[in-house]
Every structure is written in C-alpha cells, then in structure tokens.
Design a protein around this ligand. Structure first.
Ligand SMILES: *[C@@H]1O[C@H](CO)[C@@H](O)[C@H](O)[C@H]1NC(C)=O
Ligand SMILES: *[C@@H]1O[C@H](CO)[C@@H](O)[C@H](O)[C@H]1NC(C)=O
Ligand SMILES: *[C@@H]1O[C@H](CO)[C@@H](O)[C@H](O)[C@H]1NC(C)=O
Ligand SMILES: *[C@@H]1O[C@H](CO)[C@@H](O)[C@H](O)[C@H]1NC(C)=O
Ligand SMILES: *[C@@H]1O[C@H](CO)[C@@H](O)[C@H](O)[C@H]1NC(C)=O
Ligand SMILES: *[C@@H]1O[C@H](CO)[C@@H](O)[C@H](O)[C@H]1NC(C)=O
Length: 659
C-alpha cells in the first residue's frame, strides 16, 4: 500500500512524508503554541482535532492537486468528512488572523508550510524577531505583519521570496537596523507592488536597491531613521503612493514631476531636505571638506544634490596661450588641490579649479548613461559645468586609469568636448569635469518633434557629419590613438551653428568588463554595434567607423536605428538602403527635409555621402575606410548651395559664421 502511494511522488514530497509532518501537524504542534504564547487564545481554540478542519479559524486549505477545500457548503461531503488531519495531500494556503489578540512569537515552522501564500497577522501583539526561516518558504507572496511588537532586523532571507512577493507590510513594529540587500544585485522583485516599512526604527541610507523593484506602486518608509539623500532614480518607479516623511533624509528632493506628491510625503525630515514641494534650496557657502565627501557620496547615490565645487572655473582666467604646445602643458596637468581626502587633477582650461575655494553650486541630473550619471552643476559665479560621475567599479586599475584620463585631458579639438578636470575621492568615487554645453543632441535634432527647431537641410547636415568625422579622425590620429567607443547620435551635441561636438569619448577602456559588455549590448539594441564587436569585446577604430556609418545614415535618412521604442521592431539602416538600391528607389530613402533645395542629389554630394556611409557599415571591418578617408570624401562632396546653411528664415540666431 505505502509503496504504491509513494511511487508517483517526487523526492521532496517523499522527504516530507518520511518526516511525516503534515501542515495540520505543524499547525498543532508548533505554530499554534508559538502564536498564542502563554495565554490561551479564543480563535486558536478552534484549531483542535475534534473540530472539523473547515471550522479552524483564519485558515484556507487546498489539496495538492490544486483544488481548494470548499468550506462554504455545509452539505458538502468534503466538509463533513474532513477530520482527515493526516492527509498529506491537504495543504495550508493562507493564514489570516488580523486583530486576533495573538501575543506569542512568529514560529520558524511557518517557513515549512510549502503552499502557504498568504500570511496576515497584523494588529496583534506578536513579539520577538522575524524568523530567518520565513524566507525559506516556497510559496509565500503576501505578508502583513503590521502593528505588532516585532523587533530586531529584517532577515536577508526575506528577499529569497523576491520573485513571487506581491506585498510586504511590516508597518508599525519595533524593527531596526539597516535593510538587508537582496543577494542578487539586480533583483527586481517583479511582482512586488506594496512595500510598507513605515513606523519602525530602520536606519541607514535610502535602501537604493528598492529602485530596482520596477513594479512597485506603494512605498512607505515613513517614520524611521533613514538618512542621507533620496536618490533621483526613485523617479523611475511608477509610484501611486509614497511616504518618506519623518526620517532624517537630506539633500535636494528628486524631481517627481508636476506636483505628483505633496509636501506631507516628505515632511519631518532633516532641515537640509529641500526642493519642491518643500522649501527651495538655499545657497550656503563654506562647506567643510567632510561635507564635500558627503556630497560626492550623495552624487553616487544618484540624487539631485548640492554640489560644491571649483571656484574660478568660468572667470575667464584661462591661460592666454591656450593653443600652446601639448608638451608645455605637461608640467601643469598634475596640479592637485588636495586638502580634501581626494585628488583633483587639472587639465588645460581648468587650471583655476580648486576644491578649497568651495562655492555651493546646485546640481541637477541631466542624464543617466551606461557610464554613469551626468550632472549639470551651477557655480556661484554663474558658470556651469557638467559633472560626469563614473559608475562604481569603473577605473579599477588606478594607475593605468589615470594615465588614460590624463591622455583624455590633453585632447583639444573643435569637435570634441574638452575634459577640464578629474576628481578621484578616497572612497573611489570618480568625477569627470567637462564644459557644460546647453546644446541639443543630434538625436534630439533628428528625431524629436521638430517644432521650434531649425530646418535640417543638406548643407547643415553635411556640416554636422563633417564635424563628427573630424572629431573621430582626430582621436584616431593621435600619437597614442584613442577609440571613441560610444559613437551614437545621443553622444553628439550640435550647437546653433551646426558644429558637432563629441561626448563620452575614450571611456570604454576604463569600465569594468561587466559594464563594458552592457554598453555593447546597448549599442547592439540601438543599432550602432559593429557585427564583429561581440567577439572582440573591445572597441577599436574600425568599430568606431561602423558606428559613424550608422550615424551618417541616421543623418541622411532621418530615421532612428535599432530597436524602435514604439513597436520594438529592429530597424537596420544599412539593410534599408540596400533594399532601396535593389528596388531602384534610392532617392526615396533620403529624409524629405534633407532634399529641400537640392536640385541634383548626384551633384550635391548626397549620393556620395550615402555610398560613404554604406562603406563605413561594411560587415567586414578591414574594408571600411579610415576616418581620415571619410573626412577627405566628405570634404570633396560638399553641397554646392552653401548659403542654405544660414538662409535667414531658417536660422534661429540669425548669426552667420564661415563654413
Ligand atoms: C480540543 O477540544 C476538546 C473539547 O472541545 C478539548 O477537550 C481538548 O483539550 C482540545 N484539544 C486541544 C489540543 O486543544
Ligand atoms: C483533488 O483531490 C481531492 C481529494 O484528494 C478530490 O476530492 C478532488 O476531486 C480532486 N480535484 C481534482 C480537480 O482532481
Ligand atoms: C487577549 O489576550 C489576553 C491574554 O494574552 C487576555 O487576557 C484577553 O482577555 C484577550 N482579549 C480578548 C478580547 O480576547
Ligand atoms: C524597541 O527595541 C529596542 C531595542 O532594539 C528596545 O530598547 C525598546 O524598548 C523597544 N521598544 C518597544 C516599544 O518595545
Ligand atoms: C506617512 O507616514 C507617517 C508615519 O507613519 C504618517 O503619520 C503619515 O500620515 C503618512 N503620510 C502619508 C501622506 O501617507
Ligand atoms: C540627521 O542627519 C544629520 C546628518 O545629515 C546628522 O548630523 C544628525 O545627527 C541626524 N539626526 C538624527 C536624529 O539622526
């Protein structure tokens, strides 16, 4: 008999059976005594083998085959015959005993209830710790232990439940310590919608891993002792309800957008917490060096913060001989300002930056890129700088990293955004300091709505393309050549005179492999990845040429490459052109705006540019032209109608500079 019964069962069930602990037994032997504590509990009295199972209070049962035990129909044979407490096929799926006057502790055996999905024990007097074993439960998805007397820390095992957890409420206990982080750094707990940790004694900085929980709707951290800044990344969550009040948060509030949350959500924090909907942030001066370190840490957590940095940057005190030989500059680049426990390396044009003469500058997140977060920071003298905080883990090898950064700091070219300084803090935080340019990216110009933007005729697009090509050719032609590594329309800024300037060049080599791979994956999604790059893991000048080819096609076709955000379809620009050529509809692939005023695409260099772009995108790396060759060809095929660059009605500024 027994053997027949066991045959179809899996190993784990077999183990359960050999230990012969049914859920019913667990309840009676362990869970009931633990929950009720020393005093007898009225509701728990019903958990008694002389009472039909359906009358046991606060419980829901199901059979292992998935069908639930129906307790509503009093005439059902199930109901009456269920004194079968030892039926190993019967499993507990829910314990719901809110306001049940429970005064014991949470038993660790709850974790052994293999089918338990719901545990609601709010508004009781349960004391002691949350048992580690709760996290070993295999089905638990809804937990509400709010308003009890639980204390101690939350066990890290709770995040074992991450994948199926829908709600976790532990509001109003006496829990303390920092929140444990999920074991997996990228845990996204996809089902988690409700996280309520309010009214406890939790401390530490904002638990940043929470912003990875993409499905979160309600987040309550109110009335705890959390401190430090609130990370800007929190705005990435689609929260309906948020409570961060009555903690010790400081810094500038993230921008949640149009009055999404009222002041009550943030009230009762550190006086330093500011920004709408709270008071506006005041500008103080003379921060201590400790505060700077704190600020940089603040930057690292991704918040909008007060950035204190660098006096005299834009005071026009730049060296008179800015164009002097690179070698002359060598002896100055190591200037350090280091009364703070970090190191500031200055480059040409950034000589007057110091960390000592600190002014308060309000920082604001401009964008998040694969490399890190970029902040726009306003100096007290009115100047503005762009701070690029490198992602953690980048620049692991300090000495070789510094060598490369110094090399980047020496690069000066009209089409490349100059690096002015580099800050490395003791804690490993790294800031690259660039000129801030208020310009639009090429991506915006080409693909965002056109209202109020200059018409991009061929003369203008040609100038942009040539600028990009010259910038890249300069990088590739340096004595120690530099690969850009991230050529794409979003890393190219274009000013009102259609001068293109490249951003983010040379940073691929200082990233740790995992981030570098992430960047390549992104480049693939966005259609800029050269076909061979996957294997090499390292960018080189040929992969730059490929990416440039895609950018040039983007300019000519006015179309976004890569995966479309709208329908997820992948647009391969080179294939589009190939198809058009085969179907002899080549002229139709060009952006209509581009063709304005072009009489003969052959004479105007349009078709040549298309051919050149296709050459850059050749699948075989060795047949792609060099950037020098690209520059030469673009210069040869200039549009004839140069006046179209600045025809008055199409120019916002009306200024004219020579082409
Ligand atoms: C179950 O209930 C009966 C009478 O209702 C009582 O005598 C018995 O002690 C109870 N058993 C337990 C384990 O509570
Ligand atoms: C599941 O098992 C129970 C008892 O073992 C039985 O009464 C019920 O009919 C079964 N349901 C299904 C859908 O097989
Ligand atoms: C709650 O439990 C306590 C013992 O812990 C008992 O004295 C009290 O009468 C119970 N209250 C209710 C309403 O059951
Ligand atoms: C909360 O826990 C702390 C120890 O962590 C203890 O000192 C304090 O008395 C507890 N408060 C309550 C209300 O139980
Ligand atoms: C936020 O939480 C605090 C403390 O738990 C509470 O007093 C307050 O009413 C809550 N505010 C909102 C807006 O939910
Ligand atoms: C709040 O944080 C500040 C630092 O930002 C610290 O000086 C202060 O002691 C903290 N206050 C409490 C009550 O923890």
């Amino acid at each position: 008999m027994a053997a027949m019964k066991l045959l179809p069962l899996c190993i784990s069930l077999l183990l359960t059976l050999t230990h012969s602990i049914s859920d019913v037994e667990l309840l009676l032997l362990k869970i009931k005594p633990s929950l009720q504590g020393t005093a007898e509990n009225l509701l728990l009295l019903s958990w008694n083998t002389s009472v039909p199972l359906c009358q046991w209070r606060g419980l829901k049962w199901a059979f292992r085959n998935g069908s639930s035990l129906l307790c509503t129909d009093l005439s059902s044979p199930q109901w009456s015959s269920l004194f079968l407490y030892n039926d190993p096929f019967l499993q507990l799926i829910s314990i719901q005993l809110p306001s049940a006057n429970l005064s014991g502790t949470l038993p660790k055996e709850i974790g052994e209830l293999a089918s338990l999905q719901t545990l609601y024990l709010s508004v009781n007097a349960l004391s002691g710790r949350i048992p580690l074993e709760l996290g070993y439960s295999s089905s638990l998805s809804d937990i509400d232990l709010s308003h009890n007397l639980l204390e101690g820390t939350v066990p890290a095992s709770i995040w074992n439940l991450c994948d199926r957890l829908v709600s976790l409420r532990i509001h109003g206990n006496n829990l303390s310590g920092t929140l444990p982080e999920p074991a997996l750094p990228d845990a996204s707990c996809n089902s988690l919608e409700f996280l309520d940790l309010g009214q406890n004694g939790f401390s530490g900085t904002f638990p940043e891993f929470i912003v990875g929980f993409r499905g979160l709707k309600h987040l309550d951290l109110g009335d705890n002792m959390f401190s430090g800044p609130i990370p800007e990344t929190i705005t990435g969550l689609k929260l309906d309800k948020l409570n961060l009040s009555h903690n010790n948060f400081s810094g500038v509030l993230p921008n949640f957008g149009e009055s999404k949350f009222g002041a009550e959500v943030f009230e009762g924090n550190n006086e330093g917490l500011c920004g709408p909907p709270l008071k506006t942030c005041s500008v103080k001066s003379g921060l201590s060096s400790g505060a700077i370190a704190g600020l940089v840490i603040g930057l690292m957590t991704g918040a909008v913060v007060l950035v204190s940095l660098l006096i005299g940057y834009f005071q026009g005190k730049r060296k008179r001989n800015m164009d002097k030989d690179e070698d002359d500059f060598e002896d100055e680049e190591d200037e350090e300002a280091g009364n703070v426990d970090g190191k500031l390396v200055l480059f040409q044009g950034g000589e007057h930056l110091t960390l000592e003469d600190v002014l308060n500058a309000t920082g604001q997140v401009m964008e998040k890129t694969s490399y890190g977060t970029v902040y726009k920071a306003k100096l007290a003298d009115g100047g503005t700088i762009a701070l690029r905080l490198l992602r953690e883990g980048s620049c692991k090898d300090r000495s070789s990293c510094l060598t490369l950064i110094k090399q980047l700091g020496r690069i000066r070219h009209e089409n490349l955004i100059p690096l002015r300084a580099f800050y490395q803090g003791k804690r490993g935080e790294k800031l690259l300091i660039y000129d801030y340019l208020p310009n639009k990216t090429l991506y915006d110009l080409l693909h965002e709505s056109r209202v109020g933007k200059p018409v991009l005729n061929w003369a203008r697009r040609h100038k942009i393309a040539l600028g990009i090509a010259r910038g890249l050719a300069h990088l590739h032609g340096l004595e120690t050549p530099i690969t850009h590594g991230n050529v794409r329309s979003k890393t190219i800024l274009v000013d009102e005179f259609f001068v293109a300037r490249l951003n983010e060049f040379g940073l691929d080599k200082i990233m740790v492999p995992s981030i570098a791979d992430e960047i390549i994956t992104q480049a693939k999604t966005d259609g800029y990845k050269a076909p061979e790059l996957q294997k090499m893991k390292k960018c080189n000048s040929r992969t730059d040429v490929y990416a440039f080819g895609i950018v040039l096609l983007e300019i000519l076709l006015g179309r976004r490459p890569g995966k479309s955000p709208r329908n997820g379809e992948f647009v391969d620009l080179p294939s589009l052109v190939k198809v058009a050529v085969l179907e002899e509809t080549t002229l139709e692939v060009f952006d209509v705006e581009l063709l304005k005023g072009v009489r003969n695409p052959m004479e105007e260099g349009l078709v040549q540019a298309l051919k050149l772009a296709m050459g850059c995108c050749a699948p075989v790396a060795s047949v792609r032209p060099t950037m020098d060759e690209v520059v030469r060809q673009l210069e040869e095929s200039r549009p004839r109608n140069r006046s179209a660059l600045y025809s008055p009605e199409e120019t916002r500024s009306g200024s004219v500079t020579p082409f």
